[in-house]
Design a protein around this ligand. Sequence first.
Ligand SMILES: Cc1ncc(COP(=O)(O)O)c(C=O)c1O
Length: 254
Amino acid sequence: QRSTKFGVSTSQNEAANLYRRMAADPHIAPAGLAVHIGSQITSLDPFERAYSALLAFGAALRDEGLDVPGLDLGGGIGVDYDGGTPCDFAAYGALISQLFADSGFKLGFEPGRSIMANNGVLLTQVIYVKDGDNKRFVIVDAAMNDLLRPTLYEAHHTIQAVGDYGADIGPADVVGPVCETGDYLGQDRMMPLLDAGDTLAVMSAGAYGAVMASSYNTRPPAGEVMVLDGTCHLLRRQRTISELLAEESIPALD
Ligand SMILES: Cc1ncc(COP(=O)(O)O)c(C=O)c1O
């Protein structure tokens, strides 16, 4: 679309001309066409329309005699951030078969979020519970530097107390210790009576979690553990503050 920074428009033959130019260049061997129509798409209809258009476009280029080895269908499969219901890959797969079965194109997919999001949780401990004038704040030891999505685009992640803390006593904002008002993991969440040391699980943190983490506020991002068949494997340990500082060098200035 011309209205976003992404992609090349198919209007006015822009994409076709670009492909022709690349195919004519002796130094470039085009691998095919790629489409990514957006994120968190929960109906198959937009995929069907986009993929049909891509297929027709690829077929038209082939009819001209151009080599179009593959079609990359991008990502965008919507994830349930509320209840964690798995994505309906069977329905998505059926659509792909229906559209591309005999097309002869090699297909590529980018389904990372839809596979990973609900397979990861961010575990965090309560540091302190602060009763504000009109709000309860549960301050935890994870923050926007570990999981940026709520701060960045008001993304919703379910937050659960790990263990039996009794019934919820009222809403609270679950916030980190970073010096930003926007440093929160959840707002107005019903929470039980919590105290320092209690554990919370921020759900659906398996995608756009660790990869978007930073060391803002000199906070080493959380380590990563994979649980496989009941066994924990440390994938990446949390760096210490000394290690963070050791990565920096100060120029010798006169
Ligand atoms: C080209 C491309 N592919 C795949 C993705 C992943 O999308 P999602 O995580 O929403 O499935 C993106 C995200 O912006 C993208 O730009």
